[in-house]
Design a protein around this ligand. Sequence first.
Ligand code: DC
Length: 223
Amino acid sequence: MKKHFVIAIDGASSTGKSTLAKGLAKALDLAHVDSGAMYRGITLYAQQNGLLVNNKLNTKALLSQLDDINLYFEGDTFKLNGVDVSTQIRSMQVSEAVSLVATIPEIRSFLVAQQRIIGTNQSVVMDGRDIGTVVFPKADLKLFLVADVNIRVQRRFDELNTQNTTTSVKEVFNNLVERDHLDSTRADSPLVQADDAILLDATQFTVESMLDHVLDLVAKRLG
Ligand code: DC
């Protein structure tokens, strides 16, 4: 296999990007970077520090504190300034505000720079919205995932329920639709399929058959 390579997986939330990325990383012994966790980490930081209240973001203050925000992946956990926030970043409170934070160009360039360093130093599978278009436009393999909205809602609802929240299906649906809209219409790095990305409809696969299918693609593409 090629010495260094990058697999980019993009798509809307809850289409199964991270599950696929994790499976690929394990099968191919690669690092996995869930770039959405990084946007969520900054959102959580803003909320914890009173910079994001009732969907009103103090952008200037947040930008002035970016150097104080240390985000990193450690095994299966995601840390914000040394604290494991893997569960907290998936809360509804963060989900409702993250797309707003992700529209800010300075925040995007701050995170894109870190994502490029991670993916340059080692082979990675990275998932997000702009990995194949902006972060690694020359990625060795680009995948773009779509899935039926009802299946996405159910996935997200099940994920939240394991955390004992009281969020309703309707709230999850509204949040996904709102985020799809914000993520695909923002001016900087909107969610779009790269010209050379392979489109995969997750609705037509089980988790295992999707992984097998992509491992075949990887073998063909990367040898
Ligand atoms: O994949 P996710 O739902 O955890 O992503 C959370 C938010 O982060 C999503 O609503 C948009 C934003 N995001 C982004 O703008 N660019 C990325 N590469 C990854 C996520």
